[in-house]
Design a protein around this ligand. Structure first.
Ligand code: PLP
Length: 374
């Protein structure tokens, strides 16, 4: 049986989500904007699905906008926050370990004259609250800090960032990329104090091509796209009703017992992988589903390939950084041999201990057949 342990990159769609998508594609396929019965039925279904997702996220249905993916939500949040505060400031505070869906739009704004403070993590992969506090200025317009890092699994101090913003009196809006956090760690946007929060469907067993953007009530974000009046006119485009139905079904099918299962599997992995000669734990992660290890002297890309030949899928870091050492692991200041041998292991509810055993056996096999580099 192949062992798929790269669920932070993407997950298998759960049967409930696949069934919901098929049903909407083939039966309830109307356009929610149409005035006829098929359209009205699609609009009703959309409202129901929105309520399910809002309930899971712990916010009001009107605070949710369906997007195409996490990348869109991150880009939208950053542009909308800077537009909202354009007369108050042009300074951005962002962690150096954000996903490129945050870092790239921030870089583009820097090229247009915005000033950016990049916060480096400590050795354990967490942003320090005092650095955050010190970075805030009277002209800080945006703080973007992810809730769970996608390569380390570490939790970042988002709630503390909201408090620091409030204390400092700066106009900053707070955006958090919760793509790896949704359903895995408990939070609501209001508890975190987030103004803008981004989620992606394909990390929680819904299909690719659907994201959710939370915008705090009262904040009117400028749209990224211009077009029809869908999503309160702020995210035009005919709603992808099949993906939305699948997302709602994946939310419904997410059992409250899943995080504990993920956490137990991760714990088992950290224990059982100690049998691999030379293996180091880079990050045990705070979130239940992500940890990172290294086999110093063995290049990650080779490990990923060799493990894949043995039916085991893991990642050398974010799937968006193929072939390049990850900026996240690099930010930890790891020794070069450790950095070059890093692997991210990430779980989904369908994983079992047998998957972890296959990974352990695969790594042991590699240490027996490949010579480590000095
Ligand atoms: N943010 C984080 C933390 C992620 O892990 C990812 C995907 O890996 C994204 C954003 C981008 O999400 P999407 O693939 O839906 O564009």
């Amino acid at each position: 049986m192949p062992a798929y342990l790269d669920n932070a990159a993407t997950t298998r769609v759960c049967p409930e989500a696949a069934r919901a998508a098929l049903e909407v594609m083939t039966e309830g396929f109307g356009n929610p904007s149409s005035g006829h019965a098929a359209g009205r039925a699609a609009a009703a279904r959309l409202a129901e699905d929105r309520a399910v997702v809002a309930q899971r996220l712990g916010c009001a249905a009107e605070e949710l906008y369906f997007t195409s993916c996490g990348t869109e939500g991150d880009n939208w949040s950053i542009h909308a926050a800077m537009e909202f505060n354009k007369r108050r400031g042009r300074h951005i505070v962002v962690s150096a370990i954000e996903h490129s869906a945050v870092l790239e739009p921030v870089r583009a704004l820097a090229a247009q004259g915005c000033e950016v403070t990049y916060l480096k993590p400590d050795k354990s992969g967490r942003i320090r609250c005092e650095d955050l506090q010190a970075a805030l200025r009277p002209d800080t317009a945006l703080v973007s800090l992810m809730l769970v890092n996608n390569e380390l699994g570490t939790l970042q101090p988002v709630r503390q960032a909201a408090e620091a913003i409030r204390r400092s009196g700066c106009p900053a809006l707070l955006h958090t990329d919760a793509v790896q956090a949704f359903l895995k760690v408990p939070f609501t946007p209001a508890e975190l104090g987030a103004d803008l929060l981004t989620v992606s469907g394909h990390k929680i067993r819904a299909p690719k091509g659907i994201g959710v953007q939370y915008v705090r009530r009262g904040l009117e974000p400028s749209p990224l796209l211009l077009g029809g009046g869908q999503e309160q006119g702020r995210r035009p485009g005919t709603e992808p009703t099949a993906q939305i139905a699948a997302l709602a079904a994946a939310c419904r099918a997410w059992d409250d017992s899943f995080p504990a299962h993920l956490s137990a599997l991760k714990q088992y992995a950290l224990e059982t992988l100690a049998a691999v000669p030379g293996l180091e734990v880079v990050s045990a992660g705070d979130a239940p589903h992500i940890c990172a290890v290294s086999l110093p002297g063995y290049p990650s890309e080779m490990l990923v390939r060799d493990l894949s030949d043995q039916g085991v899928s893991v990642s050398s870091g974010s799937a968006c950084h193929k072939g390049k050492p990850s900026h996240v692991f690099a930010a930890l200041g790891l020794p070069k041999r450790t950095l070059m041998g890093v692997l991210r292991i990430s779980f989904s509810p369908e994983n079992t201990r047998a998957d972890v055993d296959a990974l352990r056996d695969g790594l042991i096999q590699i240490t027996k057949t490949r010579i480590a580099m000095r």
